[in-house]
Design a protein around this ligand. Structure first.
Ligand code: NAD
Length: 498
């Protein structure tokens, strides 16, 4: 079993102490070890980034963008290898892995526009012979800490943009599936990125704490569960850092009585069970307005859930692979047990699934609960597994109240043919990303991604225009070049055009 090493100053650096097992969740076997960085190793990465920063910040934006163009080509060229690495350690299907990579590449494409997005703003003659402009300057050494569920896409939300903005980046990927993340970072080196501009340190809490505590690290981007997001936001901001920390979710889909039911059911199948429900934008609650649509929806969902093609993520043509670890599978199964104990009606039970040839894999079949109520743990908490809960309400207003009262506010959607209902929903719902007949409204790379309430801590959303703001500091410059040397008397009134 080989060990996955760090990438520091363009070199592979072996771990000096602790390591963790990385599993293939489809077989249940440990397939690699990953080095877990200690504080000294993290400091080595910080020193490398600090050394690289002065030259990188002064590299023309167009040159930085050229490296991103080559990176995009390499990512496309290596799609098959990357998808396989993702599938092997995460468990998601190959098609799903390729999809996440493509969404990641969109962020590289956005970063290719660096000369345009960093142009700044200019005003001539704001006063007599005075011009003013705003520059977007890099923040310095910045770090990103990413979750297991999108080992390619979420890191690509962060460092391509941070790097074209002139920053040097330290990435701490999830220790559960680090191979694809590292492989992709190596492709960026191959694309011509100078040493030290991107460093990858693997690790757990010790590495994250070292990044939080280091005064050289000026900004932290985090994506993961809400308790860790809250911790990183509190500890980072306390030390004067910029922090954007994206957390967990409980995403509701509202089905109105006039919804196109067949299409809504297809959309729900993909959004609830795709990637085994391990998506922060997965739909985990279907809120049905009226019993008629609820009954009809459940009748259509039931056979489709039972027919889900489930197997080793790396096989072709599947709907769903395993959950990421045995411990996570047991946790999700525990929620299903709790739902039954609380009195919800388990319409489809995916517990106890065994996949022939992969009996030790971390599998769980699709589960469907009806008659779920807001006080149940399966409704309140993020399950992060293939479990869809149906809540029945009597009106759109009641559905919206339910969603607005939930502590999370990442994504939501409404299925309807009625523009008035859709518009009211978009206006009044307290959620950061909203779909109308679109189940997974993940914004494209030139908009920004982020939830509300306990799904995001910080002022700015991830990537897109907000990402540019997060990874740059605005500097406003006001400059006078008098046409003729004229003497001006001192003025003690505040300067104005009045
Ligand atoms: P996680 O919070 O367990 O881990 C995320 C990162 O934090 C990893 O790099 C991990 O090593 C690190 N970490 C773990 N424990 C830590 C600790 N005690 N101190 C410091 N760092 C620690 O999340 P996960 O299980 O990898 O990912 C799933 C979670 O991420 C879900 O809650 C999901 O909703 C969320 N997520 C959110 C978004 C979003 O955009 N809002 C996107 C993807 C995933």
């Amino acid at each position: 079993m080989g060990t996955i090493n760090h990438l520091i100053h363009g070199e592979s650096v072996a771990g000096t102490g602790r390591s963790a097992d990385v599993f293939n969740p489809s077989t249940g076997d440990a397939i690699h070890k990953v080095a877990l960085a200690d504080t000294a190793t993290v400091q080595q990465a910080i020193d490398s980034a600090k050394t690289a920063f002065p030259a990188w910040r002064n590299t023309p934006a167009a040159k930085r963008a050229q490296i991103m163009f080559r990176f995009k080509q390499l990512l496309e060229q290596h799609e098959a290898e990357i998808s396989k690495l993702i599938s092997e350690e995460h468990g998601k299907t190959l098609e799903d892995a390729a999809g996440e990579l493509k969404r990641g590449i969109e962020n590289v494409e956005f970063a290719c526009a660096a000369p345009e997005i960093l142009k700044g703003e200019y005003s001539r003659n704001v006063g007599p012979n005075i011009d003013a402009w705003s520059d977007f300057q890099p923040v310095g050494v910045v770090a990103g800490i990413t979750p297991f569920n999108f080992p390619a896409m979420v890191p690509l939300w962060m460092y391509p943009l941070a790097i074209v903005c002139g920053n040097c980046f330290i990435l701490k990927p999830s220790e559960r599936d680090p191979s694809s993340t590292l492989y992709i970072a190596q492709l960026l080196q191959e694309a011509g990125l100078p040493k030290g501009v991107l460093n990858v340190v693997h690790g757990d809490k010790e590495a994250v704490d070292a990044l939080i505590e280091a005064p050289e690290v000026k900004a932290l981007s985090f994506v993961g569960s809400t308790p860790i997001a809250e911790y990183i936001y509190a500890e980072g901001t306390k030390r004067g850092k910029r922090v954007q920390a994206l957390g967990g979710a409980k995403n509701h889909a509202v089905l109105m009585p006039d919804a196109d039911l067949d299409n809504a059911v297809s959309a729900l199948m993909g959004a609830a069970y795709g990637s085994c429900g391990e998506r922060c934008m997965a739909i985990s609650v279907a809120v049905c307005v009226g019993d008629q649509i609820a009954d009809a929806m459940i009748e259509k969902l039931k056979p489709q859930i039972k027919a889900l093609k489930i197997g080793a993520g790396t096989s072709c043509g599947l709907d769903m692979g395993p959950l990421v670890t045995g411990a996570h599978r047991d946790k999700v199964q525990g929620y299903v047990d709790a739902g039954v104990a609380a009195g919800a009606e388990l319409v489809v039970d995916g517990r106890g699934l065994s996949v022939a040839g992969n009996e030790k894999g971390f599998f769980l079949g699709g589960c469907l609960f009806d008659r779920v109520t807001p006080e149940m743990s399966i409704y309140k908490e993020e399950i992060f597994g293939p479990v869809l809960c149906v809540v029945r309400v009597n009106s759109l207003e009641e559905a919206m109240q339910l969603i607005n009262d939930h502590e999370y506010g990442n994504g939501t959607c409404i299925f309807t043919r009625d523009g008035e209902s859709a518009r009211l929903f978009c206006d009044e719902i307290e959620v950061g990303m909203v779909g109308v007949n679109v189940p997974l409204p993940v914004p494209v790379a030139y908009h920004s991604f982020g939830g509300w309430k306990r799904s995001l801590f910080g002022d700015l959303h991830a990537y897109g225009p907000d990402g540019v703001r997060f990874y740059t500091r605005r500097k406003a410059i006001t400059q006078r070049w008098p046409q003729r040397a004229t003497h001006e008397a001192a003025s003690f009134a505040f300067p104005s055009n009045g």
